[in-house]
Design a protein around this ligand. Structure first.
Ligand code: ADP
Ligand code: MG
Length: 700
């Protein structure tokens, strides 16, 4: 397999454009891609026609404006290239106008009240910075044009528009910072993102026997298997044949799309794995991550498996997340979050770090909210994923520098890595990093990037990056406002760094984020601990947030209110589907099975006693007693769940509904699960109505 030939073969990228477009047209496209602005219609026509020809040569008959509505997934409506027949003949066409914008009925996408259903128009606009690509599937290859999606009145109805706005805001402010340090060549500061994607694989036959997996993507019932992840034998373990074949195909499919799938390994939980691409510009990384998730599912299907992207498919073992690696670089090659060899002397880095500390401390709640979804409520703070409390891990080298600055106003020294000798003569002596890793921190500095580890595995990384970009833009803006007027730049800059670090040092935490001690300590420090999605949503519309987002033109107040509404609504719907699925499974699968089981037990007791009155039937009786008592508990929990669910669903206000679901429906679901899981351990496996955790996780 020649990777270099496969790589990007389904992408209308700069290389293809350079080959196919007239030089002037190509240059205009690149100029707009890099510096913004509008393409002239003549140029758009040429690009569109060439894009169509290229797609047709690759077997495409249709194109689509591909966008990311607030459903969390992507949307596409295919149109063919054919024109109305003339004298019985039809031509293939894609005009510049069709490339640049689309108009469609947006009424069935979540809008959070941004648009009444009777005003249904939505517009898609070409994101020229993210290359068009061919998506393969049973329909044949379809030309996908990445787009933004906005309402008739120009409000963002998608994930991409605010992200692009935030990148623009951060670029403007970060350029002010690098200019302060005399960098006049840079014309742009780019946000780079590398999202590590965790996932589970399950055999499709078994999956199809579980209504909970089908409807909700996670198991709502299930007793633990005798073995879980306690032996640590799965993490980085050798990859089994079936999984290896899957990973191989997945790589090829991703490479065709120009996605640099690079890292692959087994994750901690049984049947859990990870793929990480090489980082790239934020909006492209977001598009690629959406495509990655879709491709993971499609390839799994071809291998007789299903890819579970849910944050918590199984109780009792780790769930899945997405580590969002983030850095900032100028177009003349300076990474703003790279400390270099001696960070204590690197004034630009220290200013950036101080600004990051301020941004994360001031807006910890927003960052937490950006990773909120119903699935992540099962992970955050559950000792397998970062806690719900935001803090920054800097590692010993930078922590030491920050402490010196906080205590003395400046850092005279810095720790260095040194050598690592294994004690074996034949092994190389290693150069050790100045800092160890920490895996419990939600926001960790990892060498030359920050890693935001809270994001859920099924979520788009758009919102986390939109928020991160905006809060950092704000901190940069405030710093630049002060320093652009400095009389003595170096001394004023040092004072500002010391001031910011002193004010925000409480956000630094290098210890164990899973410990109870940290929860108490964080509370003392006044750091927010937003334990659930519903408790995180309100911060999106606080005055502080609205002012910031409006100042940097990332979200308007109306857009933020709409997004909160969509989040509450989505939460309520997701949990409601789970509750309905539980009720269905309890009444159609579990309760009838347990009734048959107890009936059979009872019959066997009578039969044995009739045949042999002296025989000891105490075991059968004991089992019958336990099963009957658990059955009664299950029935009463089922009725209770039915009642609270009906009550909550009658509520009109989505915020109240979402809160009631969190406070009443979720505990009622847990109460129904407990007796059924206990019954699973008693009832004969041959009649248990669904595959067990052991079947699902260990027979893939
Ligand atoms: P880990 O060892 O933390 O699991 P991985 O190798 O799985 O790390 O993933 C690290 C991710 O970080 C990759 O997607 C990688 O491309 C990305 N990354 C590396 N350097 C940068 C950077 N400077 N900016 C943004 N992302 C980066
Ligand atoms: Mg990784």
């Amino acid at each position: 397999m020649e990777i270099t030939k496969i790589f990007g073969s389904n992408v209308f990228n700069a290389t293809v454009m350079k080959e196919r477009l007239p030089k002037k047209v190509f240059e205009e496209v690149i100029h707009v891609m890099v510096h913004g602005g509008q393409l002239s219609m003549e140029v758009a026509d040429v690009v569109a026609n060439e894009m169509k020809d290229w797609a047709v040569e690759h077997g495409a008959t249709h194109y689509t404006h591909w966008f990311q509505p607030l459903t969390g997934t992507t949307a596409e409506k295919h149109d063919s290239f054919i024109t109305a027949p003339r004298r019985g003949k039809t031509l293939l066409q894609l005009s510049g106008k069709q490339l640049i914008m689309g108009e469609s009925d947006a009424s069935s996408f979540p809008s959070g009240g941004l648009r009444a259903t009777h005003y249904a128009r939505g517009y898609t606009a070409w994101d020229i910075t993210s290359p068009a690509f061919l998506k393969e599937g049973s329909t044949g290859p379809v030309l996908c044009i990445p787009t933004s999606f906005v309402s008739y009145t120009g409000e963002a109805l998608d994930q991409k528009t605010p992200l692009l706005r935030s990148m623009q805001a951060l670029n403007t402010q970060a350029l002010r910072i690098v200019r302060l340090f005399g960098n006049l060549e840079a014309t742009k500061v780019n946000v780079a993102v590398g999202p590590e994607q965790e996932y589970f694989l399950v055999d499709r036959e078994k999956y199809l026997k579980r209504r909970d997996l089908i409807y909700t993507g996670r198991t709502l019932f299930g007793a633990p298997a005798p073995k879980g992840q306690e032996l640590d034998d799965q993490y980085f373990g050798s990859i089994r044949e079936r999984i290896g074949a899957y990973m191989k195909d997945l790589n090829v499919e991703l490479w065709k799309l120009g996605i640099t799938s690079t890292t692959q390994h087994n994750e901690v939980a049984p049947s859990q794995h990870e793929m990480a691409p090489i980082y790239e510009t934020a909006n492209i990384a977001v598009d690629h991550n959406q495509l990655t998730m879709e491709t993971m599912k499609r390839v799994a299907y071809n291998h007789g498996m299903v890819c579970l992207l849910h944050e918590k498919p199984y109780a009792g073992v780790n769930g899945s997340g997405k580590h969002n690696n983030w850095s900032l670089s100028t177009d003349n090659g300076v990474n703003l979050v790279d400390p270099g060899d001696s960070p204590n002397d690197n004034l630009q880095f220290l200013l950036v770090l101080a600004c990051m500390m301020k941004a994360i401390d001031d807006h910890a709640d927003l960052l937490r909210a950006s990773a909120a979804n119903a699935g992540n409520d099962h992970r955050l703070g559950a000792n397998e994923a970062p806690p719900a409390i935001i803090s920054i891990f800097l590692g010993s080298q930078l922590e030491d520098v920050v402490n010196q600055i906080v205590d003395h106003g400046a850092a005279a020294t810095c720790l260095h890595g040194g050598k690592l000798d294994t004690g074996v003569d034949t092994l190389p002596v290693l150069n050790k990093d100045a800092t160890d890793r920490n895996r419990t921190s939600p926001f960790a500095f990892t060498g030359n990037k920050f890693e935001f580890r809270m994001v859920g595995s099924s979520d788009s990384v758009a919102m986390p990056n939109t928020i991160l970009n905006t809060i950092v833009a704000e901190a940069f803006c405030e710093a630049a406002d002060v320093l652009e007027n400095a009389e003595d730049f170096e001394s004023d800059c040092k004072s500002l760094i010391a001031k910011l670090m002193k004010e925000h040092v409480r956000i630094i935490f290098n210890g164990n984020g899973y410990s109870e001690k940290w929860v108490k300590e964080a509370e003392k420090r006044g750091l927010p601990n937003l334990k659930s999605m519903v408790s995180a949503i309100p911060c999106l519309t606080s005055e502080k947030s609205v002012n910031m987002f409006e100042k940097f033109s990332v979200f308007s107040r109306t857009e933020l209110e709409a997004r909160s509404e969509v989040l509450y609504e989505t939460y309520a719907k997701v949990v409601n589907i789970e509750a309905q699925t539980m009720l269905h499974m309890a009444s159609k699968h579990y309760i009838p099975t347990v009734i048959s089981y107890t009936t059979e037990l009872a019959a066997s007791i009578s039969t044995v006693q009739d045949a042999c009155p002296e025989a000891d039937v105490s075991t059968q009786k004991e089992l019958l007693m336990s099963a009957s008592s658990l059955l009664a508990q299950a029935r009463s929990a089922q009725l209770h769940l039915q009642t609270v669910s009906a009550k909550v669903n009658a509520m009109q206000n989505v915020e109240e509904m979402a809160n009631a679901i969190h406070d009443e429906v979720v505990p009622a679901m847990k109460a129904l699960r407990a007796p059924i899981d206990a019954l699973e351990l008693i009832v004969d496996k041959s009649i248990w109505p669904v595959p067990t955790y052991g079947d699902l996780m260990f027979e893939v």
